[in-house]
Design a binder for this molecule. Structure first.
Ligand SMILES: [Zn+2]
Length: 268
């Protein structure tokens, strides 16, 4: 007998924080839990996500890995607090953490600076440097990190005086052979979408802060997406929500979309 298909409800995106770089009274900063059947992956740890994770009811023990796209605080500012949350909630399973290569020693030092040494927290953090374009496995999901140009101009300005800063930034493809999702995190230009879209995801979870809507629409035309979920939307665009929704309807030419809010849970 063939295995029964995994139910639709076993594939979910929980938005712990959909904010962008600016602090906001209504949006926490970037953090997302993807559930692919038995596998749960946390993408980014923006400020405020620990409270959201606690509120989500997701079992701390069931999280299979943390993946950090880049080191801007709106994507990692909540990391040490989340490790503290895992400790206080008595996590026991080892937890892989994937991050830009230069960020790994910085993250370890940060946990020591916030009095969370390895011997205290009661579980092992397994550190991995993200390698561009080489798929790696988290539970049942293959993850590929595609480089983006998000931090390239800062790299040009500051790397020669600050050579230990991690200037890498990544988008992610998550694929378990039943579902394929593209997650942009932060991009630097429209062309950064190309590698992600070339992998033919059915769901794109896209930022809308560092790309013009028209450029994004041109890129996704013909990409055979089922849906786009917009996160990390520039605050100026949200000031006129009706106008933004109209623009999205026009530009995306009927492609289904959603403008995510904190605590939203989407099946995919
Ligand atoms: Zn950001």
């Amino acid at each position: 007998m063939p295995p029964s298909p995994t139910p639709y409800s076993d594939y979910t995106l929980t938005c712990l924080g959909v904010g962008e770089g600016w602090p906001s009274g209504s949006r926490r900063q970037a953090s997302f839990v993807y559930r692919f059947g038995p596998t749960r992956i946390l993408v980014d740890c923006g400020d405020g996500m620990s409270a959201a994770f606690q509120g989500s009811g997701i079992d701390y023990e069931t999280l299979d890995a943390v993946v950090l796209s880049h080191m801007h605080s709106d994507h990692v500012g909540g990391f040490s607090m989340f490790v503290q949350s895992l400790w206080l909630n008595q996590r026991r399973r080892p937890l892989p953490v994937y991050a830009p290569a230069r960020a790994v020693p910085a993250l370890k030092a940060w946990l020591e600076a916030t009095v969370l040494p390895a011997g205290l927290i009661g579980f092992e953090l397994q550190w991995h440097a993200l390698e561009p374009d080489i798929p790696f496995q988290i539970g049942s999901v293959m993850v590929t990190a595609f480089p983006t140009t998000h931090l390239d101009s800062l790299r040009r300005s500051f790397e020669h005086v600050h050579p230990i800063i991690a200037f890498e930034a990544f988008s992610f493809l998550l694929d378990d052979s039943n579902r394929r999702v593209g997650h942009t995190a932060d991009i630097g230009q429209a062309a950064d979408l190309d590698l992600l879209l070339a992998a033919r995801p059915s769901l794109l979870v896209s930022e809308l802060s560092h790309i013009e809507l028209g450029d994004l629409a041109a890129r996704v035309r013909g990409a055979e997406l089922d849906r786009i979920i917009f996160v990390h939307v520039a605050r100026a665009l949200l000031e006129n929500l009706d106008q933004l929704e109209n623009q999205l309807r026009n530009e995306l030419e009927g492609l289904a979309f959603a403008l995510a809010r904190d605590d939203d849970v989407y099946s995919f």
